[in-house]
Design a protein around this ligand. Sequence first.
Ligand SMILES: Cc1cc2nc3c(=O)[nH]c(=O)nc-3n(C[C@H](O)[C@H](O)[C@H](O)COP(=O)(O)O)c2cc1C
Length: 445
Amino acid sequence: MTRRIHLGAFAFHPGGAHVTGWRHETARPDRHLTIDHYKHFAQTAERGVFDTIFLADGLYFWDRHPSGVDHYGQLRLEPLTLLSALSVHTKHIGLAATISTTYNEPYHVARALASLDHLSGGRAAWNLVTSRYDEEARNFGGDSHLDHSRRYERGEEFVRTVEELWDSWDDDAFPADKESGIFADRSRLRTADHRGEFFTVRGPLNIARPVQGYPVQFQAGGSPAGQHLAAVTADAVFAGYRPLPEAQAFYRGLKEQVSDAGRDPDAFHILPTLQPVVGRTRAEAEDLAESLLASTPDALIVEDVSHSIGQDLTGRSADEPFEYEQQIDTSNESRSPNRRVDALRAPTGPRTPREVYARTFREGIVVGTATDIADEIEERVEGRAADGFIVQSLTLPYSLDRFVELVTPELQRRGLTPEQYTPGTLRDRLGLKRPERSGALSVGV
Ligand SMILES: Cc1cc2nc3c(=O)[nH]c(=O)nc-3n(C[C@H](O)[C@H](O)[C@H](O)COP(=O)(O)O)c2cc1C
């Protein structure tokens, strides 16, 4: 039997996932900060019956190297502000915001997500990240980023505190009875009174329990600490795109961790990223992939490779061979596998910055016709490497438009995705239970 899959439409940068996707002939960078740009994105995803849209975020402007400022289309609208606006331009699709647990407070986040969940009728979700770069620390009173493992410890306490706050009120706590004058039923209130290592939060939250109980929780950390946090708290993970056997091992391992944590692995979705480059013919798709790669200026290639491998190559030609000799420890940024470093270490691996850049670009995309892309999706789902995908558009809006025009009908024809939405919340659509309100009641006022 065909397995029904889940799809998210990802907006990494306003111009698409590729760093210079904004240069594509159809792209409109002048509209990146307009509601119309995102309305088109969200409504296209909704036409394709995606489960959710998902906005990436970072709390910094990447100006580490001059090319980041010169060439990188990285202006971003704040995700929760944007999703609130999109909630009135969409009807069914989930609204997922990336939110950092390192540079926020639980009360703010619990309140903002509960608000979005109420306004959207149960469509809110968050992508919990612990943040990555020192640039982010410098915007919040620090010089360098909190240690990787401490970030995840803080992340776990953060989620638990947010959940305690969402559980401040029973679902039927607000009779608002005009006759008696009773607005809230005090016996249905519990203050969180949270006193932990990182947070002290009394509560209660000044908003009713979210429509979904808890808005859906996604995570994207791929390190052992990231996987552990996901296994004990998340509803789904966004994973990087890996070769099939590696993706299957990741899938198996993470589902086991979920099971070991006493949770149901079938109610936990693993959604790797998929970067489809689709054309009516393979040649057309190849041309598009090549043109996007060629749109990246040499300076950005060299400086992006420098950053990601932790070695200063700045000032060199993109075509000058170099030896890999890591100079800067990047392990505090991420402990997920580093594809570029792995490629450089391989005996037959790339030798120049351009080759390194092109190799990981090619490895991360799937190029072909709608049938090719649907085959890849089906193979990974049937092969237990994925429960669905986060579809990354290399250039926006073009790549998502093409996906919905060409690939969506093929997925629907194969019974992999639905042809229309059924009523319900995002949680219902993902086959996830509404969490019970936890803990014993104690009157808080
Ligand atoms: C699909 C996907 C999307 C991600 N989106 C974001 C994002 O929007 N913001 C962010 O700070 N990190 C993002 N990340 C990075 C991870 O959340 C994580 O911070 C990073 O992988 C480093 O943590 P790790 O060492 O646990 O992997 C994303 C990762 C993946 C795979």
